[in-house]
Design a protein around this ligand. Structure first.
Ligand SMILES: Nc1ncnc2c1ncn2[C@@H]1O[C@H](COP(=O)(O)OP(=O)(O)O)[C@@H](O)[C@H]1O
Ligand SMILES: [Mg+2]
Length: 388
């Protein structure tokens, strides 16, 4: 039967068929970097119409090393380690995020301004000011430093080149010392964002006495680069341990962006993103957000994904699965913290003590005691304040 060209379903199917053949051809030719670029493009194309398919593709792409020099008229070859012949950088030609970052207000303001500077450089240049060339991201692990770099690259539509110092530092030291130079020249040769990730790896390596001279040389080269980074491309660096960095390193960067541990409201927003359209009640969401105060986004994402898997395997709802994980976590909280946690839920949601007790499994007695303690101590503070 001839297919009806105006039938949108048939159209879509034939589009998928064409894509499938294209990907198959690349796979059979073992052209993995080109296949990655194509799959990334498909993930974007299907994001709205076939979200499940798009997210499957994104997961697959995440599992394979992100590296591609195809699809771009590269002037320079991707830099590789002279000795091992392995790539020194991880490159994302077209960034596809599986989750949009949830950002702290101040962090967001800094990054939004950075975007504006790159999107409309003309007024700045007319005023004789260059857009920010270098920025240092600091904060604990798992709060979105690497994610934010990827997000910036996607927003600006440029490739992201990542030099992860925690994995390649040894390649940057030693006799084959021009590996670093290769990476920097490569990044400068193309309109891109270069991320020096896990910068503190350099400081940690300091204990390794044999490398001290080499390390100094590496730091010197890096600092010179930060100083002389050309306008037009952005140099980012990220560290989990800013205190390990020499103040001389800090001072070199034009912009410092802090990524704090998330507040409960940000955690709630992130949990909703990780649920990917699966809904849970507001009370459960508030409880979880309070429960994970002090955790990173990454930790919370892991817990939500665990609950989603458990829900599928056990045939329960995700809310129930999350609830079960939460109950275990609550039981292991130290008593005082458990009391504070429940009091905070009651304060932030306005739910009754009875309801809070049902949800958390903390006895009403404990809750009453804690609330009474709290109000008497705040009353005491007021008295002292009044007297003074
Ligand atoms: N701000 C955030 N918003 C949403 N998800 C986040 C955020 N920060 C981290 N995550 C989740 O945790 C993962 C790891 O975060 P990452 O950016 O690598 O942390 P960092 O570089 O600060 O150690 C991300 O890929 C994302 O899934
Ligand atoms: Mg990181």
């Amino acid at each position: 039967m001839p297919s009806n060209p105006s039938n949108p379903q048939t159209d879509e199917l034939s589009e998928v068929e064409t894509d499938l053949v294209h990907v198959a051809r690349l796979a059979l030719a073992s052209n993995s970097s080109h296949a990655q670029v194509t799959l990334r493009r498909l993930a974007r194309r299907y994001r709205d119409r076939r979200p499940a398919l798009a997210s499957d593709l994104v997961m697959l792409l995440r599992e394979s090393p992100l590296r591609s020099s195809a699809g771009r008229a590269t002037v320079m070859a991707e830099p590789i380690d002279t000795e091992s012949r392995l790539p020194l950088v991880r490159e994302e030609e077209h960034v596809v995020l599986s989750v949009e970052p949830v950002l702290d207000t101040e962090t967001n303001a800094s990054l939004q301004q950075l975007l504006r500077e790159y999107r409309m450089p003309e007024p700045l240049l007319e005023a004789g000011i260059a857009p920010t060339r270098t920025a240092l991201f600091t904060g604990p692990p798992g709060v979105g430093k690497t994610l934010a770099a990827r997000w910036l690259a996607r927003e600006l539509g440029v490739p992201l080149i990542v030099l992860d110092l925690s994995t390649v530092i040894s390649s940057l030291l030693g006799r084959t010392g021009n590996n670093l130079r290769k990476v920097l020249d490569y990044a400068k040769s193309t309109k891109s964002i270069l991320l020096l990730d896990e910068l503190d790896a350099i400081a940690k390596k300091r204990d390794d006495v044999t490398d001290v001279g080499e390390l100094k040389r590496l730091v010197t080269v890096l600092l010179q680069e930060v100083d002389s980074w050309p306008g037009g491309s952005l140099l980012l660096a990220a560290t989990n341990h800013p205190e390990l960095l020499d103040p001389a390193v800090w001072r070199r960067f034009e912009l410092l962006v802090e990524f704090p541990l998330p507040e409960p409201e940000k955690l709630a927003a992130a949990i909703q993103r990780y649920l990917d359209g699966n809904e849970i009640g507001n009370e459960t969401l508030s409880m979880l957000a309070q429960l994970y105060v002090g955790s990173s986004f990454n930790d919370v994402e892991r817990e939500v994904m665990r609950a989603r898997r458990a829900a599928v395997l056990d045939g329960t709802s995700i809310e129930q699965a999350l609830f079960q994980i939460a109950q275990i976590r609550i039981r292991t909280l130290p008593a005082a913290q458990r009391g504070r946690f429940v009091a905070e839920i009651i304060r932030s949601t306005g739910m009754s003590q009875r309801r809070a007790s049902e949800m958390t499994g903390v006895s009403r007695d404990t809750i009453r005691k804690y609330m009474a303690n709290q109000s008497s101590s705040s009353a005491k503070r007021e008295e002292i304040g009044d007297a003074g």
